[in-house]
Design a protein around this ligand. Structure first.
Ligand SMILES: Nc1ncnc2c1ncn2[C@@H]1O[C@H](COP(=O)(O)OP(=O)(O)OP(=O)(O)O)[C@@H](O)[C@H]1O
Ligand SMILES: [Zn+2]
Ligand SMILES: [Zn+2]
Length: 804
C-alpha cells in the first residue's frame, strides 16, 4: 500500500479528483487516510488530503509525497466519506468539502511544531524522542522531519504523549502557564532536605511537597499554596532539584468559571412521553429522525439533556446545534451545568485559536458533547449517539457559501452512519420538517403545554395605522405605553423587540422622496448613527450623509427607520425613570458584553431589555411579564417565499419570552398590516393553523415543501454577458427536465447589481429530477473557462434560503 490518493488544494474543475502519489519508503506506514500532506503539483508544493491508500496505480512515474502535515489523521473515515457526499449534494469541489469540516486553524497558513502533551510521561519515552525534547519544549516540524524520528514520534502521538501544534499565522498564540516540577530523584531531594538549615521553613515545605507529589504543579498554585514567591524556589532550581517550564494549555473562553451543577429534573408526563421513543432509539442503535414540536417554555431543553445523559452513559457522544444567535451564555450554562467539562463549545464568537482548542478536545476524546453553531455538525466524534438541532427552523443552519449545505441534512446523513437518532426541536418547526413529520418520514413528538401548565401569554395586536389616525405619532402605541408603565410600577420586567432584519434605516429626501442608493449596487444605503455614515451592506461602500439632496438640493434630507438607539432615546424622553438595557450589534460587539448585559437584566438592574433578533430566543427569565414587538411586519415584504413563515416564527419566539414561570405573561404586537395571516395567527399563537394556511399558499405557488427548488445565479460586469449566459443556462436546463418541472428565468435578481456586477438568475422548481444535479454540474463545467479567467460567476444552490 504505498500509493496514496490525494485531493489537492486547487479548487478547480480539472483538479477535482484524486491524484496518485507514491509514498516514499521512509514514510510508509506513516501516511494514513485523512491526513493532510504536502505534495509537488506542477512546479509548486501544495497541501492535499489523503483519501485512501492502495497498492497499485494506473499511472506510471508517480511523484512522491513530500511530507505529511499531521501525525494523526484530521479526518476520520466517516468524515472522508461525508466529504464525498457533501460534494455530490452541494456540487462543491472535494477540497472545499474537506476544508469546511475543519477548524480555520487547520485551513489557514500555519507553522507546525511538535510539543509534549500535557500529561505525557517523559520517563517512558523512547530515548531518541526524549533526546529531541531535552533542551526544548517544542520542535519545529522541519527539524523533526530532518531528525528521521518521524515514525517514533507518530507512535508517541498515538500514545498521547506528543502533540502536533499548528500555529496560525494570524497572531494566534498558544496559551501557556509555568509549571514547577521535581528535577532530581526523591533520594536527592530527601538528602538536601536534611541539609537545609532549620530556619529555611518555606524551602523545606516545598521540598516535602515534591517528595510526595509526583507530577508537575502550576507555579501560581504552588506559590499560593505555601505563600511563597519565585525567590523561594530559585535556589532549589539552581541546585537542580526543581525545574520550571512553560506548558501549553487550552484557551478556555469561559475562564475558570465553575458552572453550577444541575441535576436531572423530574420529567413531566408530557416530557416523559416525548423522551421514551428517543431513549428507545438510543438503546437500540436505531437511526431515526424525531421532530420535537413543543410550545415555547415546554421544557424541550430538559428532554435534550436527559437524552444526552443516556448517550453518555452508553459511552457515546453527542452533538447539539443551536443557532448562532441563541448560543448565549445562558444556553451554554445549561449544558455545562449538567455535563461539566465534558462539553466543548463552538461558535463564531471564539477566536481561531479558541475554536481550534475546542476542536482538539473533541479530536483527543477529552469531551463527549459539543454545543455549537452550524459547523459543529462536523465535530470529529467517532462514536456518535445522538444529534440534536434546537430551533430547527432557523435559517442560519444553511450555509450561504460553498459548500452550500444545510446542517439538518448533514445531521441526518451522519446519524445514519452512526445508527443513532436525530432530534429536531422547535416551537415553530419549518414547514418542510412539519410536513415530513406528517408524512411519517420524521417521528413527531409533541409537548403541548408549558411547564406547570402556565398558559401561553395573551397577545394583543395593535394597528399602528389606527394610532396614527388618532394622532399618536410616537413609535409606542397607547396600549403598549400603558402596559409598560404598569409593569414599571409592579417592578416586573419588560422585553421590547425591534425587528431589524429586512428593514434598514435609509436616507431619504422629504421633499422629493429621493432615496440614497449605493453607487455600486442597486440597493439603498443603510444609515449608521454612531458614525453618521451611510453604508452598503453588500459591498461595504461608505459615505457621509450629504447636507443636501443630490436630486433637488433640498436640505430636508433625513434618515428613516427606527434603530434601537432611537427607541432608547424616545424611552428616555417619555419614561425617564425606566432603566433600559439595549442589546444590539453595537452594544454586544465587545467580548463578554452579551453575557454581562443579560446578567444585569437578570439581576434586576434594569426594567426594560430592548433589542433586536438576538433577544428573541432562548431567554428564560422568570420576571418578564410583558413583551412588546415594536414593528412586526418589517420582514414581510422581502422577496422571499419564506417571509410569512419567518415572521410567524419570530413573533412566536419573542412572545414566548413572557410568562415562562409563575407570573403570567402578556404580549403586544404593533403592526401596519394586522390583517396579514402570519401576524394574525402569531397573535393566536396557533402554529397548526398557520401551518395549514401557509401550506396552501406554498401549494398554489409551487414552493417547498411541495416542490424542491434550485437557484442558479449568474453575475458579470457586463449586463449583456450576464443575461445571455443565464438565457443559455435556462434553455439547457429546460431541455433536461421532465414535463412537470418549471424553470423561471432568466430574470434579474431581486438585487440586480452588487459591487458593479450585474446579476441574473433562473429558478428551477421540481418534484423529482434525479438528473438535475448532473445537468447543473455540466453547466458549471461548461463555463469553467469563463469562470476561471473571464470574470464570470455562476453559483448554484440546490436548496436556496436567500433568493436575492
Ligand atoms: N421537568 C421539569 N420540572 C421542572 N421544571 C422544568 C422541567 N423541565 C423544564 N423545566 C423548566 O421550565 C423552563 C422552560 O423550559 P425550557 O427552557 O427547556 O423550554 P423550551 O421548550 O426549551 O423553551 P423555548 O423553546 O421557549 O426556549 C425552564 O426554566 C426549565 O428549567
Ligand atoms: Zn430631494
Ligand atoms: Zn454596494
Amino acid at each position: 500500500m504505498n500509493i496514496a490518493r490525494v485531493i489537492v488544494d486547487v479548487p478547480a474543475k480539472q483538479t477535482d479528483r484524486a491524484f496518485d502519489y507514491k509514498i516514499p519508503s521512509h514514510l510508509e506506514g506513516v501516511i494514513l487516510p485523512g491526513m493532510r500532506v504536502v505534495v509537488p503539483f506542477g512546479p509548486r508544493k501544495i497541501q492535499g488530503f489523503v483519501t485512501a491508500l492502495q497498492a497499485e496505480s494506473d499511472f506510471q512515474q508517480l511523484k512522491s509525497i513530500s511530507e505529511p502535515m499531521d501525525l494523526n489523521p484530521v479526518l476520520n473515515q466517516e468524515l472522508l466519506t461525508l466529504g464525498e457526499w457533501l460534494t455530490e449534494k452541494t456540487l462543491c469541489y472535494k477540497i472545499s468539502a474537506f476544508q469546511a469540516m475543519l477548524p480555520a486553524a487547520l485551513k489557514a497558513k500555519y507553522e507546525k511544531k511538535l510539543v509534549m502533551a500535557k500529561n505525557a510521561d517523559r520517563k517512558l519515552l523512547p530515548e531518541r524522542v526524549s533526546a529531541l525534547f531535552q533542551k526544548t519544549e517544542e520542535i519545529l516540524w522541519d527539524d523533526a522531519v530532518k531528525s528521521g524520528a518521524l515514525p517514533l514520534l507518530q507512535k508517541e502521538a498515538s500514545n498521547g504523549n506528543i502533540e502536533i501544534i499548528y500555529q496560525v499565522k494570524e497572531r494566534v498564540k498558544k496559551k501557556k502557564v509555568k509549571q514547577v516540577f521535581a528535577a532530581a530523584d526523591p533520594n536527592k531531594l530527601a538528602d538536601y532536605l536534611q541539609q537545609l538549615p532549620g530556619n529555611a521553613t518555606k524551602q523545606k515545605e516545598v521540598l516535602e511537597y515534591f517528595l510526595h507529589e509526583e507530577g508537575p504543579v502550576d507555579q501560581k498554585e504552588l506559590f499560593s499554596l505555601f505563600g511563597i514567591t519565585s525567590s523561594t524556589i530559585k535556589g532549589l532550581m539552581q541546585k537542580g532539584l526543581l525545574g520550571q517550564r512553560d506548558v501549553e494549555i487550552y484557551r478556555n473562553p469561559f475562564g475558570d468559571r465553575e458552572f453550577e451543577r444541575t441535576e436531572p429534573l423530574f420529567l413531566t408526563d408530557g416530557q416523559r412521553k416525548a423522551i421514551i421513543p428517543i431513549l428507545n432509539s438510543i438503546e437500540n442503535n436505531r437511526h431515526e429522525t424525531f421532530l420535537l414540536y413543543g410550545v415555547t417554555g415546554s421544557g424541550k431543553t430538559e428532554v435534550y439533556l436527559q437524552s444526552i445523559q443516556r448517550v453518555l452513559e452508553n459511552g457515546k457522544e453527542a452533538i447539539v446545534l443551536v443557532p448562532e444567535i441563541s448560543l448565549t451564555p445562558q444556553m451554554v450554562k445549561r449544558f455545562k451545568g449538567r455535563f461539566g467539562n465534558q462539553v466543548a463549545v463552538m461558535h463564531s464568537g471564539l477566536s481561531a485559536g479558541e475554536k481550534y482548542d475546542e476542536w482538539r478536545k473533541i479530536q483527543r476524546k477529552e469531551v463527549k458533547v459539543v454545543v455549537g453553531a452550524r459547523s459543529a455538525i462536523f465535530a470529529p466524534f467517532e462514536n456518535l449517539g445522538i444529534i440534536i438541532i434546537d430551533e430547527e427552523h432557523e435559517t442560519s443552519y444553511k450555509q450561504e457559501e460553498n459548500p452550500r449545505y444545510h446542517a439538518r441534512d448533514v445531521a441526518i446523513e451522519r446519524a445514519g452512519n452512526h445508527k443513532c437518532p436525530v432530534v429536531l426541536g422547535s416551537a415553530t418547526p419549518s414547514l418542510e420538517s412539519f410536513a415530513r413529520a406528517h408524512k411519517g418520514v420524521y417521528h413527531l413528538l409533541t409537548l403541548e403545554n408549558r411547564m406547570n401548565n402556565q398558559a401561553l401569554p395573551s397577545v394583543d395586536i395593535i394597528d399602528m395605522r389606527e394610532e396614527l389616525r388618532e394622532g399618536n405619532r410616537s413609535m409606542f402605541s397607547r396600549k403598549l405605553l400603558e402596559k409598560i408603565k404598569d409593569r414599571l410600577g409592579k417592578k416586573e420586567q419588560i422585553v421590547l423587540f425591534l425587528n431589524k432584519r429586512g428593514h434598514s434605516s435609509f436616507v431619504m429626501c422629504r421633499d422629493c422622496g429621493y432615496v440614497i442608493n449605493c453607487p455600486h449596487c442597486d440597493i439603498s444605503l443603510t444609515y449608521h448613527r454612531y458614525n453618521q455614515q451611510m453604508k452598503c451592506h453588500y459591498c461595504g461602500y461608505e459615505a457621509p450623509v450629504p447636507n443636501a439632496c443630490p436630486e433637488c438640493e433640498s436640505e430636508h434630507i433625513r434618515y428613516f427607520g427606527t434603530g434601537t438607539q432611537k427607541v432608547e432615546e424616545e424611552l428616555a424622553k417619555i419614561l425617564p425613570e425606566a432603566k433600559v438595557i439595549r442589546m444590539d450589534v453595537d452594544t454586544t460587539s465587545r467580548k463578554g458584553a452579551h453575557e454581562k448585559l443579560l446578567d444585569q437584566f437578570q439581576d434586576g438592574h434594569a426594567d426594560i431589555l430592548l433589542g433586536t433578533q438576538m433577544i428573541a430566543k432562548g431567554l428564560d427569565f422568570p420576571n418578564i411579564t410583558l413583551v412588546g414587538v415594536l414593528s412586526a411586519d418589517t420582514m414581510l415584504h422581502l422577496p422571499d417565499f419564506r417571509s410569512s413563515e419567518k415572521t410567524f416564527q419570530l413573533l412566536t419566539q419573542v412572545s414566548g419570552r413572557a410568562g415562562r414561570h409563575e407570573l403570567e405573561g402578556e404580549v403586544i404586537i404593533q403592526t401596519y398590516t394586522p390583517e396579514h395571516y402570519s401576524i394574525e395567527l402569531a397573535g393566536e399563537q396557533d402554529y397548526d393553523k398557520f401551518y395549514e394556511r401557509e401550506m396552501m399558499v406554498r401549494k398554489i405557488h409551487r414552493y417547498p415543501p411541495f416542490y424542491y427548488i434550485s437557484l442558479v445565479t449568474v453575475s458579470h460586469e457586463e449586463l449583456m454577458k450576464a443575461v445571455s449566459v443565464t438565457e443559455k443556462i435556462t434553455q439547457y436546463i429546460q431541455s433536461k427536465l421532465s414535463a412537470g418541472s418549471i424553470v423561471l428565468g432568466p430574470v434579474a435578481s431581486p438585487i440586480p447589481r452588487i459591487n458593479n456586477r450585474y446579476r441574473y438568475q433562473c429558478l428551477i422548481k421540481y418534484k423529482r429530477e434525479p438528473e438535475l444535479g448532473l445537468a447543473l454540474k455540466k453547466v458549471l463545467d461548461n463555463y469553467q473557462q469563463d469562470i476561471a479567467t473571464g470574470g464570470l460567476s455562476v453559483s448554484i444552490d440546490l436548496n436556496p434560503y436567500i433568493l436575492m
